[in-house]
Design a protein around this ligand. Structure first.
Ligand code: ADP
Length: 242
């Protein structure tokens, strides 16, 4: 039986205006031999349900690191990550992996589809991994591929698709389990402008449908699609525009 880690705890975090995803005083050092070399130097960020937030900043300023921490792909050196009212960073690796599967959708610059699985299987797999029935997984896959302009692509291999099509499959996969938050790391970074425009339009559509989205981008056009734009430099958030 599929139960979201967030809905399981419903009630604990339903105060009005409460953040859905929160980073508090986040620091991150990757090198224990040089703990002073910080990829993040005290980042505070609160994303409300239904918000679309873009993070911009020069290469190496910590954007991907921040996204990884918010999605539970990695843990901070110090500070706290709270998703749906629950501490994420203090969970065991196994529990964090469960929350990631159920409550976080992740889209990467280089798509990261499983090359030897069909498009259909790429979108069904995350659902099977959280215990959804094969029939449910198939129906949800059909719905998503239709919505993302990929009806009829199910039996293809990822390598047979264009970059834009692969990123749309990656988006379908990320949305498969109705994640509480969709995180996208340079989702258009490997696409030409036409494909990039399509992916941004789809992200905006998800947001318009109530999906909470946090994305990292170099592209000011993509940043402009978000309701809130945070700029980072040298491991910190340095400005915010709405
Ligand atoms: P951005 O996404 O803004 O380009 P990153 O978060 O990828 O920045 O990187 C921030 C800093 O952390 C950089 O100095 C980068 O070299 C370093 N870094 C990122 N990931 C790792 C890692 N896995 N191991 C060691 N250093 C890393």
């Amino acid at each position: 039986m599929y139960t979201s880690a967030l809905t399981r705890d419903a009630g604990e975090h339903d105060a009005p205006g409460a953040a859905l995803v929160e980073g508090r005083a986040l620091t991150k050092s990757y090198d224990p031999a040089h703990p002073e070399r910080l990829a993040l130097r005290g980042v505070d960020l609160a994303v409300k349900p239904g918000e679309m937030v873009a993070i911009m900043g020069p290469s190496g300023c910590g954007k991907s690191t921040l996204l990884h921490l918010l999605g539970g792909l990695d843990v901070p050196t110090d500070g706290a990550v709270i998703l749906g009212g629950r501490r994420l960073d203090t969970l065991s690796e196994t529990k964090r992996a469960l929350v990631r599967r159920r409550d976080v959708g992740y889209v990467f610059q280089f798509f990261n589809l499983i090359a030897n699985l069909s498009v259909a299987d790429n979108v069904e797999l995350p659902q099977l991994l959280v215990g959804r029935s094969p029939a449910h997984a198939r129906a949800r896959r059909e719905e998503l591929l239709g919505r993302l302009g990929l009806a009829g692509y199910g039996s293809r291999a990822p390598a047979e698709l264009s970059g834009g099509e692969q990123q749309r499959v990656a988006l379908a996969r990320a949305l498969a389990n109705e994640p509480a938050v969709l995180l996208a790391d340079e989702p258009t970074g490997n696409l030409d402008s036409a494909a990039s425009g399509e992916v941004v339009a789809l992200l905006e559509e998800c947001h318009a449908g109530g999906q909470t989205v946090v994305l990292v981008t170099h592209d000011p056009g993509v940043g402009a699609a978000a309701g809130r734009l945070l700029r980072m430099a040298d491991g910190r958030i340095v400005s915010e525009e709405r």
